[in-house]
Design a protein around this ligand. Structure first.
Ligand code: FDM
Ligand code: MG
Length: 362
């Protein structure tokens, strides 16, 4: 069965600007009166106010959209759902490789990971796969810090936790709080579904596309690497980055799957900018699973979420990364706890260089 997916451009109206859903390119578009939303499940959040453009992947016949106008089908992607015809999907990876190869300097790690992902789709031996990710460790020498004189670097703060733990709410509250105190701050989220790799990830999460557990793991990682240059530039320019999920989700959601070891899952993430602080939010009892926000994406099951949660807790024991676990409480209480945790980090982190995550040479 061939499933045709289309990326659709539409204009719809935005009630309150949710910049957390936007990356730099989208913000540029926003400033010209059109903004970009990468998560179709957030569509219901937009009803009036601001013009938005979305190019998320939808089925060809878009059902009951809650926003006024859909127009301009501008891209059509075909994925073959049959497990027997891997050729169809490897062709998609080839297209991704060709796209990122247009800028090989910026996307060295991304291209490497995409090539590994293609290997994973075509071969099954673990040794081969291990080999290709191991090479990545040698590959991650790019994106040197471009520190500026007289500018204190920004701070890298990551929010982790299962679905419904409040990451999106709390990361955007922190962003607002820091902005109100005149900090330069940018909110990002992973996966970032706005890029070509992000769209393939999104199709996978929406169960419109099947692929091997290792392949998708590498694509999630490549999705982070494609932003590393921008992240480093921002940090060097004194912009504090607040991230809604990062490499730790990448590891936790994959390592719970049979046959994927923790160390294999960590390999492609080694060398990413190391957070100055990872805030792990605990999930309120009864959640996830019993909330309307718990949708129908892949991994949106209580088993997957609680396994990922346990894996995150294991990762939080790692002394090479600064973790803080925040217990459950009212939204305001949690916010206050986060502020108290973040404050000393904001003061101290800029005085030491940005680390590399899980880097054995450090
Ligand atoms: N997820 C997220 C992964 O499996 N790997 C990753 O690297 C990241 C960043 O994707 F279930 C999972 C976690 C979650 C799903 O994330 C989509 P959001 O935050 O619900 O969009
Ligand atoms: Mg989710």
């Amino acid at each position: 069965m061939i499933v045709k997916l289309k990326a659709i451009c539409g204009i719809f109206i935005h009630p309150r600007p949710r910049t957390k859903l936007m990356n730099r390119r989208s913000l540029k578009m926003a400033s010209s009166g059109v903004a970009f939303v990468s998560r179709p499940e957030k569509r219901q959040d937009y009803s009036e106010g601001r013009r938005i453009m979305t190019n998320s992947i939808f089925p060809p016949k878009v059902p009951n959209l809650n926003f006024p106008v859909m127009a301009n089908v501008h891209q059509s992607i075909t994925f073959d759902k049959q497990p027997s015809s891997k050729a169809g999907f490897t062709k998609e990876i080839d297209k991704l490789i060709a796209e990122y190869q247009r800028n090989p300097e910026s996307y060295r790690e991304v291209i490497h990971l995409l090539k590994c992902a293609k290997e994973c789709e075509t071969r099954t031996e673990e040794s081969k796969e291990m080999e290709c990710t191991r090479n990545l460790v040698d590959c991650t020498t790019a994106s040197e810090d471009c520190l500026q004189d007289n500018v204190l670097r920004g701070v890298l703060i990551v929010f982790e936790g299962a679905d419904c733990s409040g990451k999106s709410t709390q990361s955007s509250r922190l962003e607002k709080d820091l902005k109100s105190r005149s900090h330069k701050v940018r909110l990002m989220r992973f996966p970032d579904r706005s890029t070509s790799i992000g769209q393939v990830i999104s199709a996978y999460l929406e169960k419109k596309l099947e692929m091997n557990d290792r392949t998708i793991h590498l694509l999630f990682s490549a999705n982070r690497w494609e932003f590393v240059q921008q992240m480093r530039k921002d940090l060097a320019a004194g912009v504090t980055l607040v991230l809604d999920r990062y490499a730790f989700s990448g590891v936790a959601y994959s390592a719970r799957k049979p046959g994927l070891s923790l160390s294999w899952c960590q390999a492609p993430e080694r060398g990413l900018p190391c957070p100055d602080l990872v805030v792990l939010l605990e999930t309120p009892p009864g959640l996830p699973g019993q909330t309307r926000r718990f949708g129908c994406e892949r991994y949106e099951t209580s088993v997957a979420q609680s396994n990922a949660s346990s894996c995150l807790k294991k990762l939080a024991d790692d002394p090479t990364v600064h973790w803080e676990i925040i217990g459950t409480g009212s939204e305001d209480d949690v916010h206050q706890q986060i502020l108290a945790t973040v404050e000393p980090v904001l003061l101290n982190a800029p005085n030491s260089p940005l680390g590399r995550l899980w880097n054995k040479q450090d």
